[in-house]
Write a protein that binds this ligand. Structure first.
Ligand code: UDP
Ligand code: MG
Length: 316
């Protein structure tokens, strides 16, 4: 066991959080002050259309431990978190949501585990009473599917709330992909991880920015970014269908030679054609998903653009 000391960075993506952001800082600060480590809280304003950035700027001007990055527009939470990881300078980094759904009481436990040698401390959601039954069901399905398909293990029921050692952050910074599925990206480097259990409380202010359809698209992003299994399915399906067609061909030929030609109905032919056209379209759609991702990567556009920073004058 080695004792570690060093800067703790809290990385907070914020989008339209004006109602709760002060309360978040007021709740988090006393906890961080008990850690016995220096700390910084880095907020990334993800193009909020309310006063979030103005409030954060006032807070950061009053406290040198607060830093703010303002993005030029809303790039999405994954991009905001990527920006946060690029700008933090801590020896351990903890990404947190601004809505207090990630309990601040867990931070000292995470830091204690890190001091004792853990390189990653995951916060596992035992229960999420704030979410609807449909959402919980969808989340369960998603984790089950992705854990089957993904080549690397992506921990189930673990959000972005976790402690990551600087070593891991350095690895994550090297990943150049533009489709930022952070749950996968944060899991990709490996390293020694430990897990803490918690119950996810409901949001304190405002509403979730993730309607169910957005979550669904996010889940597809995760699956297509971290697995090529959906492509392989078509190889297997193609082989199976070809073998079946060959058998059928032989059977028809044999039957024709022995019994002569009979006049088949067109309904069966039509349904077979429709069925296979459907299958081909699904296959094309899946190919398109991967092609779209290649397109995004090839363009090589930055994941986010920074318009303003507060609290960084002394370094970088
Ligand atoms: N967020 C963001 N950009 C977005 C949407 C959300 O930076 O486009 C931030 C948001 O301010 C919050 C965190 O991401 O701090 C999680 O968002 P939310 O609470 O809506 O997600 P949920 O808890 O429902 O998964
Ligand atoms: Mg939330």
């Amino acid at each position: 066991m080695q004792e570690r000391s060093g800067l703790i960075s809290i990385a907070v993506p914020c989008f339209n959080e004006q109602k709760g952001i002060r309360h978040f800082v007021e709740t988090l600060t006393p906890v961080l002050e008990t850690l016995g480590h220096p700390y910084e809280i880095l907020f990334v304003d993800d193009g909020s259309t309310d006063d979030t950035l103005a409030i954060l700027t006032v807070l950061a001007n009053a406290d040198p431990r607060l830093k703010v990055i303002g993005l030029t527009r809303n790039f999405g939470k994954e991009a905001a978190l990527t920006a946060a990881l690029d700008f933090v300078s801590g020896d351990a980094v903890i990404p947190m949501d601004a809505d207090l759904q990630d309990p601040v009481e867990l931070v000292p436990c995470m830091v204690a585990r890190w001091e004792a040698g853990a390189e990653i401390v995951l916060a596992h959601r035992q229960a999420r009473p704030g979410d609807s039954a449909a959402r919980r069901w969808a989340a369960r399905r998603f984790y089950r599917i992705i854990s089957r398909l993904s080549a690397i293990p992506i921990p189930a029921d673990v959000g972005d709330f976790r402690l990551i050692d600087r070593k891991v952050v350095e690895c994550v910074r090297q990943l150049p992909e533009k489709t930022r599925f952070m749950k996968g990206i944060l899991a990709w480097p490996g390293f020694h991880s430990e897990t803490l259990e918690f119950t996810r409380p409901p949001r304190q202010t405002g509403g979730s920015k993730w309607p169910l359809w957005k979550l669904f698209n996010f889940a597809l992003d995760g699956i297509f970014s971290f697995s090529t299994a959906p492509l392989r399915v078509w190889t297997y399906l193609g082989v199976a269908l070809s073998l079946f067609s060959l058998g059928y061909l032989l059977w028809v030929m044999g039957k024709t030679l022995l019994l002569g030609v009979d006049v088949p109905g067109y309904a069966s032919t039509l349904s077979v054609i429709l069925f296979f056209n459907g299958i081909i379209l699904i296959g094309l759609g899946i190919l398109g998903e991967y092609l779209g991702r290649v397109f995004v990567e090839v363009k090589g556009r930055p994941v986010y653009l920074v318009k303003s920073t507060v609290g960084f004058d002394t370094k970088t």
